[in-house]
Design a protein around this ligand. Structure first.
Ligand SMILES: Cc1cc2nc3c(=O)[nH]c(=O)nc-3n(C[C@H](O)[C@H](O)[C@H](O)COP(=O)(O)OP(=O)(O)OC[C@H]3O[C@@H](n4cnc5c(N)ncnc54)[C@H](O)[C@@H]3O)c2cc1C
Length: 393
């Protein structure tokens, strides 16, 4: 069945939750073996999911950010690694459809391939620069030779590398020093994946190193120049908090199922009725509710805003990621306190959630940068020139 055949969001979410239940069954083994969720990605492709964010103009459905975030949360309830992996592709395609930075011919080529199931991710992180969000320049170089670019370097954290068809790679043009993105098809000679991913979190994301050894692409494969100081807001990055919210929801469900079932002989009934356990479940519910309302309110606001208004949403977009990710970490912690030592068993899904949810701290935007942004925002709003009644929302 294809998502495209289902017309209501309820029907689509039901279908996604069926897929997510299958992902959940496979999650432990993929995590244990640090494998890759090939089957999950293949099912997402054949369900038509991977083309849902394509613009209508190119024959797609152009789903809203709200719907995308909802789907992503559901996927993460089954498997966080699958959600984070496919989330990059879904978000990048949604973003490309909205911004007009790529040449029409390149967009058309990529979108036609996405309709057939092709997958893309951005490859921006490097050992030497760390997170690209901190402004470091890529050490990966692009050298112009006749009508070609020759690209050399190494990218770290290349999520979904086992199945990507396109690598959107940041590099510094050697001659001019400008930073740009180059679209590199998987089959390009000189490109290979080095299987370096040894993280204890999100083991199933296949975030290996991408090695580019004199990779040659035609001139037009320079798809986007990075303008210094460009402050364009990125709604699509909300797939990240959606992922960690989904993991937290799965942790709470797992803790409740355990508490309903666990009946030590020191008590009548199961531990679900103990006030201490109920308190923790209620605390989790409060965190989840707050996180969910915040995430979906910002997604809705994005969907109903003009391009100019969207650029004003940067503080909210950053704040929601930080708030939801930290809430998710807290929910997983509380879930483990409910379950007790059995949550640390290798057989418990909670130990996987515990490791996976930590990765959220190291996906963009980072906590410290967000708090500084919020401080500047608050100071700016409280400037004496704005008066006491400066409107905020
Ligand atoms: C599961 C997972 C999947 C990912 N997938 C992708 C992907 O698909 N594509 C991709 O490009 N990237 C990806 N990333 C990489 C991610 O976006 C970051 O680049 C990476 O996690 C490194 O971030 P960092 O903050 O630890 O690194 P660093 O920037 O090396 O920072 C390390 C520490 O140093 C400090 N620090 C460093 N620089 C500064 C500074 N200028 N100012 C203040 N403090 C500083 C901070 O305390 C920080 O915690 C992924 C990461 C994870 C965990």
């Amino acid at each position: 069945m294809k998502f495209q055949e289902l017309k209501t969001m309820d029907e689509r979410l039901l279908y996604m939750s069926e897929l997510a239940q299958r992902f959940l069954k496979r999650a432990a083994q993929i995590d244990e073996e640090a494998g890759f969720p090939f089957e999950n990605i293949s099912e997402l492709k054949s369900s038509g999911y991977t083309s849902l964010t394509l613009p209508k103009k190119y024959g797609g459905e152009e789903i809203s950010l709200y719907d995308l975030v909802k789907f992503q949360e559901y996927i993460a309830r089954g498997d966080g690694a699958t959600a984070l992996s496919i989330g990059w592709h879904m978000g990048i395609i949604q973003d490309l459809g909205k911004k007009s930075t790529w040449k029409e011919s390149m967009l058309q080529m990529l979108f036609e391939d996405v309709k057939k199931g092709a997958l893309i991710n951005n490859c921006a992180s490097e050992q030497q620069t760390g997170s690209p969000t901190r402004g470091g320049k890529p050490t990966t170089t692009a050298v112009k030779k006749d009508n070609y670019w020759v690209i050399t370097g190494r990218k770290t954290f290349t999520t979904m590398s086992p199945v990507l068809d396109y690598f959107n790679v940041s590099a510094t043009a050697q001659e001019t020093g400008e930073v740009a993105y180059f679209l590199i098809p998987r089959s390009t000679p000189g490109l290979h994946i080095e299987e370096t991913w040894d993280s204890i979190a999100m083991r199933g994301t296949g975030s290996h190193d991408l090695v580019l050894n004199g990779v040659k692409v035609e001139e037009e494969y320079l798809v986007e120049r990075v303008e210094p100081g460009n402050k364009r807001a990125s709604g699509w990055l909300l797939h990240i908090p959606a992922c960690y919210l989904g993991i937290a929801q799965a942790a709470q469900s797992s803790a409740i199922a355990f508490a309903q079932d666990y009946s030590p002989n020191s008590i009548q009934g199961s531990i679900i009725d103990l006030p201490y356990v109920k308190q923790k479940i209620g605390d989790m519910e409060l965190e989840l509710m707050r996180a969910r309302y915040f995430l979906y309110a910002v997604a809705k606001q994005w969907d109903s805003s003009s391009e100019e208004e969207r650029n004003q949403l940067k503080p909210e977009l950053s704040a929601v990621k930080v708030a939801v990710t930290n809430a998710a970490i807290k929910v997983v912690d509380l879930s483990m306190r409910v379950v007790g030592a059995q949550s640390l068993s290798a057989k418990s899904p909670l130990q996987r959630y515990y490791r996976d949810v930590r990765a959220g701290l190291h996906n963009p935007p980072m906590d410290d940068m967000t708090i500084l942004l919020l401080a500047d925002n608050a100071i700016n709003h409280n400037h004496p020139s704005k008066g006491w009644f400066a409107p905020r929302l």
